[in-house]
Design a protein around this ligand. Structure first.
Ligand code: ATP
Ligand code: MN
Ligand code: MN
Length: 364
């Protein structure tokens, strides 16, 4: 019964100090906890949401299937509430609390609305307060939608059908070929969940760079215009590089959740490769394009590979344990008051005094 206890006790407190594989043995437990994390997020309780996410993340790193709560021992990062949920699922197969959440009108409606591209918790919550419950309600009551939300609604079914790895690779090749027209030598890297080994995902994250500094400037707008002219873009929203504006004496602010690269949030029209879009001939796919200058590439790659929780933990570790500020552009040492350059992800882990965690083990 105590087989996991010693391991539980050795479990490192930060997710970035652990190896978290894609597949693990405690799926029913992590699903329950992540449902509660999501629900807490829907209610605006970020702290509670994070507590459930942390607990789920710890279970994902366990080397085996948990069969009794006692096996965990005094594990850090799993609070009272999470323990109760774990116990319920272990004993009864389900948690009554979780089942109640999943059936609740509010949770179901929030889930439906936040699955629209461009709709966050705040908008979904407002719609719920206004009495809206279905996608049809949005149309019939002429709810004011942004251009992004209109596109999200138009392609709702496609965008909520997982992107298969083959589709992601196909998008990657299309972008790579287009990029070569404008900037020979530039590289296109598949980041996000696919780089962590996921077989499918909700979008395709592509990182662009060029080995000569500065050559990447202006690439994105030319690339997107060309793809658009070929009829490959159903929606796009680009953002210029704004990092230069905040450079200088000020270190990268940890309050900046978003990075400041030239980037494009888009919906591609992908020729169907079987699956639901096959009969129609094409499928809408969410694609994020990000351009990084080569000096920042390792930071961008680390930042855009995820998981979100792994990234959050890396930044928390950097700041609390090392007095450093990490983001997708740079690593700043606040004690020595200087930026720490890196030519690879490995070097960033070294600067932080962390054992290197390969992408496939960042599924925290
Ligand atoms: P999925 O299969 O659902 O796409 P994913 O891990 O690829 O899973 P994404 O939402 O695509 O999830 O995010 C990938 C990574 O990119 C995350 O680690 C996240 O931190 C980073 N990221 C996503 N959106 C932004 C953004 N707007 N600004 C900065 N980083 C972002
Ligand atoms: Mn992704
Ligand atoms: Mn993404």
């Amino acid at each position: 019964v105590t087989a996991l206890a010693p391991l539980g006790q050795q479990m490192a407190p930060y997710a970035c100090q652990r190896r978290t594989p894609l597949l693990h043995s405690n799926q029913p437990l992590t699903e329950a906890l992540e449902t509660l994390a999501e629900e807490a997020g829907f209610s605006g309780s970020e702290g509670r949401s994070l507590a459930f996410t942390r607990a789920a993340s710890v279970l994902k790193a366990l080397p085996g299937r948990l069969s009794a709560l006692e096996e965990l021992g005094p594990l850090p990062g799993i609070g009272e509430h999470s323990r109760r949920v774990i116990q319920d699922v272990l004993e009864d197969g389900v948690s009554v609390e979780v089942e109640r959440v999943k059936l609740s009108e509010r949770y179901r409606t929030m889930k439906l609305f936040t699955k629209i591209f461009g709709v966050g918790v705040r908008t979904a919550s407002r719609w719920y307060q206004e009495g809206l419950r279905t996608l049809l309600d949005l149309q019939e009551r002429n709810t004011k939608l942004t251009r992004q939300q209109q596109a999200g609604l138009r392609h709702y079914d496609d965008l909520n059908t997982p992107v298969e790895r083959g589709e992601a690779e196909s998008v990657g090749r299309t972008v790579q070929e287009a990029v070569q027209r404008f900037l020979p030598g530039a590289s296109v890297t598949l980041a996000g969940g696919f780089r962590r080994g996921k077989p499918r995902g909700h979008d395709v994250d592509l990182l662009l760079t060029h080995p000569e500094a500065g050559r990447e400037a202006g690439l994105l707008s030319r690339l997107v215009s060309w793809l658009d002219s070929q009829g490959l873009i159903l929606y796009q929203h680009s953002q210029e590089n704004s990092f230069a504006l905040c450079e200088g004496p000020e270190p990268p602010g940890s309050r900046d959740v978003l990075d400041r690269f030239e980037r494009c949030f888009s919906i591609f029209r992908l020729e169907a490769q079987g699956g639901p879009g096959a009969a129609r001939g094409w499928k809408a796919v969410r694609v994020d394009l990000v351009v990084a200058p080569v000096s920042q590439f390792p930071f961008a790659l680390l930042g855009w590979t995820g998981s979100r929780h792994f990234e959050r933990e890396l930044r928390r570790f950097a700041s609390h344990e090392r007095k450093m500020v990490l983001n997708s552009h740079a690593l700043y040492d606040t004690m020595r008051k200087r930026f720490l350059p890196a030519a690879s992800e490995e070097e960033i882990f070294q600067h932080l005094g962390l054992e290197y965690v390969p992408p496939g083990q960042r599924n925290a």
